[in-house]
Ligand binder design. Structure first.
Ligand code: NAD
Length: 467
């Protein structure tokens, strides 16, 4: 069944290769109009899926997609041009170019945590690069999945863009097909399954995965600002953000002052009592009972290993609720420090020397993002050069996601490849090497057999002078 759509797209992808850029721009215009027209439905769907506040849907689901479309339309003609490159003396007279060409038919697999944005952003890049796409939204956010289906079915012929709704079996069926590229956003665990399946067809992949994003607050930081920024980045979407601060390292000299401000920031955002926070319209829910249950288990496990709940701690999985929670004295061997938290729980640890933190980070899998609040030039440089992470932000969190000039992606366990802006266009393009030979090419006959003594001398000179 899904194979039928794939085969139709295969044919159509040949057809649209010959189309000019206008075809792609028209497609982006249509997508933009359709998103605008369904704005209310998108907001309602996310409310139904996990009580996502309207402001957060506007800010983190709709705005980034509309902005990406605008940015892409503005720069597409420049990105798509063949780029002339130098030609060495040995190929004298010829001309060389790099021509981005569409990969063909792409599979886009989305997660549930930003279920609209993370299907649509890669789709913008896929369309801009001239591809056909099958989009597989997450089954856990079924209302958003239906709106995505409605928008894309009403905007594109299925030969161009098709939405395959369904659960894990649907993804597994899709993964058997020989796509030209797979763009997967989701967990590291499933990322490995996707890469293994892709390898069977030698399909290229972009993997946007997760992981633990450490956040450092050193003694020189502006702790008022740091507390507010961290509270926002950690608890937006109820902590279900791939680049949310996962755990904190705070310098011991400012630890108490910082904790006070962090608690004040959380209370300002969501209310001063557990009851108010539970009823806050600005705080989302966990997507399923199981996700909420997992978070409760993480807290219980940490507490059983002597962690102290210093703020929050209320967790009612039946209502898919977990309160913003701060933990201290967390054992690095507890589950919460082993797996990505992906919820509103923040372990806070202290440090004396920045080297301890660098060592801690480097001993673990490379994070998707790393945040450092500091005014120390030396600490900035040490973090920048001595650690590896997908992204690095000084004196803020999460916002690098919004800059379309920066590549967004992970490294090793947190991902392979990147996207946004031109980086997204490139992820969905093959960079074709093009060389145009001229009549000077005849000189190269010196390479053809028979290898006479004269030719051998010429060849030796070629090596000698590295021409
Ligand atoms: P997930 O890996 O469970 O699911 C993602 C997709 O994979 C879904 O569409 C699902 O249907 C499919 N899937 C699930 N199990 C599968 C299997 N066994 N075989 C084939 N397909 C399968 O991820 P999730 O829970 O939806 O999202 C949360 C994760 O995604 C977190 O780890 C988070 O950090 C990560 N994430 C990363 C980014 C990023 O940009 N790097 C963004 C958002 C989320």
């Amino acid at each position: 069944m899904l194979e039928k759509f794939f085969l139709h797209q295969k044919q159509y992808s040949q057809k649209i290769r010959a189309e000019g850029l206008d075809f792609r721009i028209d497609a982006l215009n249509e997508l933009e109009k359709a998103i605008e027209a369904h704005r209310t439905e998108i907001i309602e769907a996310l409310k139904k899926d996990f009580q996502k506040p309207e402001a957060e849907t506007l800010l983190s689901e709709i705005y980034p997609v509309l902005k990406e479309i605008k940015f892409t339309k503005k720069h597409l003609s420049q990105w798509s041009k063949a780029k002339k490159v130098h030609t060495p003396l040995t190929l004298f007279g010829s001309k060389s170019y790099i021509q981005p060409v569409a990969r063909g038919v792409c599979l886009l697999i989305g997660p549930w945590n930003y279920p609209f944005q993370l299907c649509m952003l890669p789709l913008v890049s896929a369309i801009a690069a001239g591809n056909c796409a099958i989009v597989k939204p997450s089954e856990l956010t079924r209302h958003t999945s239906s709106v995505i289906k409605k928008i894309l079915t009403g905007t594109f012929v299925s030969d161009h863009v098709f939405v395959a709704e369904g659960g894990v079996e649907t993804t597994q069926e899709l993964l058997k097909l020989p796509f030209d590229h797979i763009f997967f956003t989701g967990s590291t665990r499933v990322g490995k399954i996707v890469m293994e399946a892709a390898a069977k067809n030698l399909t290229s992949v972009t993997l946007e995965l997760g992981g633990k994003s450490p956040t450092i607050v050193d003694a020189t930081a502006n702790i008022n600002e740091a507390a507010q920024k961290i509270a926002w980045a950690k608890f937006i979407n109820a902590g279900q953000t791939c680049v949310a601060p996962d755990y904190l390292f705070v310098h011991e000299s400012i630890h108490h002052a910082f904790k006070k401000r962090l608690i004040a920031a959380i209370e300002d955002f969501y209310g001063k009592s557990p009851e108010l926070r539970k009823n806050s319209p600005d705080f989302a829910r966990m997507v399923t009972f199981n996700h909420a249950r997992r978070l409760k288990d993480l807290i219980d496990d940490a507490v059983s290993k002597n962690a102290k709940i210093v703020f929050g701690g209320l967790s009612t999985p039946d209502e898919h609720f977990c309160e913003p929670t701060l933990l201290e004295n967390v054992d690095p061997h507890s589950l919460i420090m082993q797996e990505e938290i992906f919820g509103p729980i923040l372990p806070v640890m202290t440090f004396k020397e920045i080297s301890e933190v660098i060592h801690f980070i480097n001993e673990r899998e490379k994070p998707l993002a790393l945040y450092c609040y500091t005014n120390s030039q030396m600490n900035m440089e040490r973090i920048q050069y001595e650690t590896s992470s997908g992204g690095l932000v000084f004196n803020d969190s999460v916002i690098h996601f919004v800059n379309p000039y920066l590549p967004f992606g992970g490294v090793n366990h947190s991902g392979l490849g990147s996207y946004h802006g031109e980086h997204g266009f490139r992820a969905f393009s093959h960079e074709k090497a093009v060389l145009k030979q001229s009549f000077f090419g005849k000189l190269l006959r010196i390479m053809y057999p028979p290898y006479t003594p004269i030719k051998m001398t010429a060849l030796k000179n070629l090596i000698r002078f590295r021409l």
